[in-house]
Write a protein that binds this ligand. Sequence first.
Ligand code: UGA
Length: 435
Amino acid sequence: MRIAMIGTGYVGLVSGACFSEFGTDVVCVDKDAGKIDRLKRGEIPIYEPGLDQLVAKNVKAGRLSFTTDLAEGVAGCDAVFIAVGTPSRRGDGHADLSYVFAAAEEVATAVDGPTVLVTKSTVPVGTGRKVKEIVDRVRGGGDIEVASNPEFLREGSAIEDFMRPDRVVIGADTDEARETLRALYRPLYLNETPILFTALETAELIKYAANAFLAMKITFINEVADLCEKVGADVQQVARGIGLDGRIGGKFLHAGPGYGGSCFPKDTLALVRTAQEAAAPIRIVETVVEVNEARKRRMAEKVVAHCGGSVEGLTIGVLGLTFKPNTDDMRDAPSLAIVPALQQGGATLRAYDPEGMAEARRLLDGVTWCQDTYEAIEGADCLVIITEWNAFRNLDLERVRGLMKRPRIVDLRNIYKPEDMAEQGFDYLSVGRPA
Ligand code: UGA
């Protein structure tokens, strides 16, 4: 089989590389000539564990290639995937679909025969129908089938998520479209992955409902963590205690500084808008969005309180800036709310992140950027752990104490045990656990 992937962003590149690993011929298409040149040279524009080797291996095997020429890319394809961005539109929170529609129009103009046009980008309910209208208008007939195939990849473990998904969701109206996608995902039958065939609208909504539910789970446990702090309970034990109930499940119950990233904030907001417009508001998700935004800002107040009510004139070391580990992605990262708030409070910030520094420098001003973990800790009156990178999980605590002006730590990801930290002489504060 041969497919084209339009858009070599995160989703397009990972999905393209993984499909080629399954033996499909994949052409990745992008308008950005610089990016395509870099990919051709084997340079991967994002940080994702294992992606560089996967791309190199499949390029070498002749199954994966890159081009800026859409017509060349889509020629003779069994399926063409649209994996372009759908950012939040400024002002109203709706997903901006202009890139998706432009790609659909271009593909419809360029393809040389019947194919299936599959939307992989996260798009609001109803988008698949609009894509169908566009392609039918351009081609003056119905030789292009449309389908929706949302992705459930997590940054940092995207390859594993693609290769061993909990499920694959395919929204399609016709047997031709269903059969083409069934054939593409055949390698997953080996792991007995459930493949759900639904209508277009249902597939589109599954994606938003899944992300909103996960965001809700995180927000729930975050608020329970706040309650734990007031009543002397331990949120990690509460999470385990409820998570062992199979109906609840233990995943996505880690309390922290609030969810960030390129998906949850954007998708929850888009679902809220869609639901309001359909006169079926999902108020629980509206609240999740509000609570999470407020939480990121409140994390700075937590640090200030731990420093005795003011950070004026203090030096604060920050470990971790990306929205989660194993990515260089800074989009909607809690650090973007916490760092400026501490600066406004009069603190001097020293920061280090294993992969996010280049992007962080672009987004944050006035920070002293450090080369490694221990440099960021030097002379600090307080150390704040914002992202739970593995490299921060086993710090040389004696060295840390020796480097700090005061042995004070705020651990927003609960990567250390309060009793160990007390034993080491740290004034330690975490999330939802007794000191
Ligand atoms: C998320 C979903 O997990 C994927 O299934 C989905 O495909 C993707 O969005 C998407 O729509 O493209 P991702 O944003 O990469 O993936 O990252 P997650 O691992 O889900 O984490 C999101 C945020 O929630 C992070 O800020 C993370 O720190 C936070 N989080 C996660 C918690 O605070 N607690 C948890 O228990 C889990």
